[in-house]
Design a protein around this ligand. Structure first.
Ligand code: AHM
Ligand code: MG
Length: 312
């Protein structure tokens, strides 16, 4: 038996260990960020266990339904949201929270306030829960401008101001390839697409430069589709269409964190008009069209939008 290889296999790098290792490199830091991350990890662990046993625990189903004990059942996304909100508040390191599940932003009580703002989607892709497709949590972290005077503007900042972002995938370190062989889009909306998107998808299927057509892969959970894009490359798009001029995905907790990660991995993210991370949101649940993935693939869609503008 190869003891060295075996030692390596059992020397696990967990996120908690990684955060603590990183933290120890900055002895002057107070550990606030590490504490915040450990509370996010706690939320993810809870959601992970709950998702795994969802069927057994009869947690599936619509909010408002009652179980055999006559208790009201909570939908997994509602439950996950409660867990994240409580974990984040109790970390004592947050001041404002924006969740996909809550209409309004949550301002943390001044006695528990810290300097970080967290935007998150506690359970993205939740419509896929019942069929066992991967779903996940997406988060982004900003720094508050003035802790004594916290306002909604603290979360209406461009994505490039995020300090960190991440996702955790439930159910089933990346350098994204510069160009990929996969495109990922809900083609059921094709009838209503604009010209650049239509042309782009046409080129994916019928390339005019002698290259092979791309494969189509679309799960319908952003976390799963972006995760695959990070590993295999290619492009994920949720464009605008005639029915939804701003697309579907939400800027703060879907578009920004995933764009942030895509750029960190060497890819790009574009809205059809600009770099996604340069957007300045004006509403917490604002939506934006999004094209993200391998650098060269996103370059192509950018060129098609630029050509369209020049035609106008
Ligand atoms: P949700 O946050 O309500 O789950 O919606 C977001 C999801 C994304 O995960 C995914 O990219 C997109 O909706 C799929 O939308 P569609 O079913 O229109 O293709
Ligand atoms: Mg979502």
């Amino acid at each position: 038996m190869d003891h060295e290889a075996d030692a390596h296999r059992t020397d696990l790098m967990t996120i908690t260990r990684y955060v603590l290792n990183e933290q120890s490199r900055y002895p002057e830091s107070r550990g606030d960020f590490s504490i915040l991350l450990s509370h996010i990890v706690l939320g993810c662990k809870f959601v992970c266990t709950t998702v795994n046993k969802a069927g057994l625990a009869k947690l599936l189903g619509l909010a408002g339904e009652t179980n055999v004990q006559g208790e009201e059942q909570k939908k997994l996304d509602v439950l996950s949201n409660e867990v994240f909100v409580k974990a984040l508040i109790s970390s004592g390191r947050t001041c404002i929270l924006v969740s996909e599940e809550d209409e309004e932003a949550t301002f943390v009580d001044p006695s528990l306030r810290g300097k970080y703002c967290v935007v998150f989607d506690p359970l993205d892709g939740s419509s896929n829960i019942d069929c066992g497709v991967s779903i996940g949590t997406i988060f982004g972290i900003y720094m508050v401008k003035d802790k004594e005077n916290v306002t909604i503007d603290d979360v209406l900042q461009p994505g490039k101001n995020m300090l960190a972002a991440g996702y955790c995938m439930y159910g089933s370190s990346c350098m994204i390839p510069k160009k990929g062989k996969i495109y990922s889009v809900n083609e059921g909306n094709a009838k209503n697409w604009d010209r650049p998107t239509t042309k782009y998808v046409e080129k994916c299927k019928f390339p005019d430069d002698g290259s092979s057509p791309k494969s189509l892969r679309y799960v319908g959970s952003m976390v799963a589709d972006v995760h695959r894009t990070l590993l295999y490359g290619g492009i994920f798009l949720y464009p605008s269409d005639k029915k939804s001029p701003d697309g579907k995905l939400r800027v703060l907790y879907e578009v920004f964190p995933m764009s942030f990660l895509m750029e960190q991995a060497g890819g790009q993210s574009f809205t059809g008009k600009q770099r996604a991370l340069d957007l300045v949101p004006t509403k917490i649940h604002e939506r934006s069209p999004i094209f993200l993935g391998s650098y060269d693939d996103v370059e192509e869609i950018k060129a098609l939008y630029a050509a369209e503008e020049n035609n106008d």
